[in-house]
Write a protein of this length. Structure first.
Length: 185
C-alpha cells in the first residue's frame, strides 16, 4: 500500500511539471551570480528541454532524482541518472505524455502553455504572468498560481527552479523542481 501511495505522489509530482511547461536541472553555483531579468527578456516562445524533480522517499532517508529529457520530440525519463520506462514505476505513459511543453510569453503579461500530443502542439492553458525580483509568477485561468525563480537567462536559454510548493502533498516529497527551456522564437 505504501508503495502505491508513493507512486501516486511521484505521478502527482510529474503532473505538476506539466502544469506550466516543465522543469530541468541547474547548478547550485547559480546563486553566486544574481540574475537581473527584465520582463522584455522573457517575451517569445520557449520549449522545455529538460526537467528534474529532487524527491525524498517518505519514511526513509533516501532521496531520488527524476529527470525528463527531450529526445527526438519525446520525453525520456531517468531515475538517479539511469534510463527507465514509465511502466517500471507503475505509471501509465499516457499520463505523462504532456510533459514535453512550450510556453509563449506575450506583451501585456499574457502567456499560453502548449502540450505536444499526437505529433502536434496544442494550447492547454493560459493566463497572466508577472516578473518581480527574478521570480516569474503564473496566474492561471483554471489552476493555482505558481512561482519559479529565474536562475539563468540568456538570449537562447532559461533555467527556472521551484523550492516552495503550495500543495502540502507535493511539499512532503519534492524538495526542488527545476526546468531548462530553449527559446524557439
Amino acid at each position: 500500500m505504501k508503495k502505491n501511495l508513493y507512486l501516486d505522489r511521484v505521478l502527482w509530482a510529474l503532473l505538476l511539471l506539466a502544469g506550466v511547461f516543465t522543469m530541468s536541472a541547474c547548478s547550485d553555483d547559480d546563486d553566486d551570480e544574481p540574475v537581473n531579468v527584465e520582463q522584455s527578456a522573457v517575451l517569445g516562445t520557449w520549449e522545455m528541454q529538460q526537467a528534474s524533480l529532487q524527491m525524498k522517499v517518505p519514511g526513509t532517508a533516501q532521496k531520488v532524482t527524476i529527470d525528463m529529457r527531450v529526445v527526438g520530440g519525446k520525453t525520456v525519463p531517468y531515475l538517479n541518472g539511469q534510463r527507465f520506462d514509465w511502466d517500471d514505476m507503475g505509471i501509465d505513459p499516457e499520463d505523462v505524455e504532456g510533459l514535453y511543453a512550450r510556453i509563449s510569453f506575450e506583451a501585456g503579461n499574457k502567456f499560453t502553455a502548449y502540450e505536444y500530443r499526437e505529433g502536434k502542439w496544442s494550447a492547454e492553458d493560459g493566463g497572466t504572468y508577472s516578473l518581480k525580483n527574478n521570480v516569474l509568477t503564473f496566474e492561471y485561468e483554471e489552476e493555482d498560481d505558481e512561482s519559479w525563480k529565474v536562475s539563468r537567462l540568456t538570449a537562447d536559454a532559461m533555467e527556472l527552479e521551484m523550492t516552495d510548493f503550495s500543495d502540502e502533498e507535493m511539499a512532503q516529497v519534492v524538495e526542488k523542481a527545476t526546468m531548462t527551456l530553449r527559446r524557439m522564437k
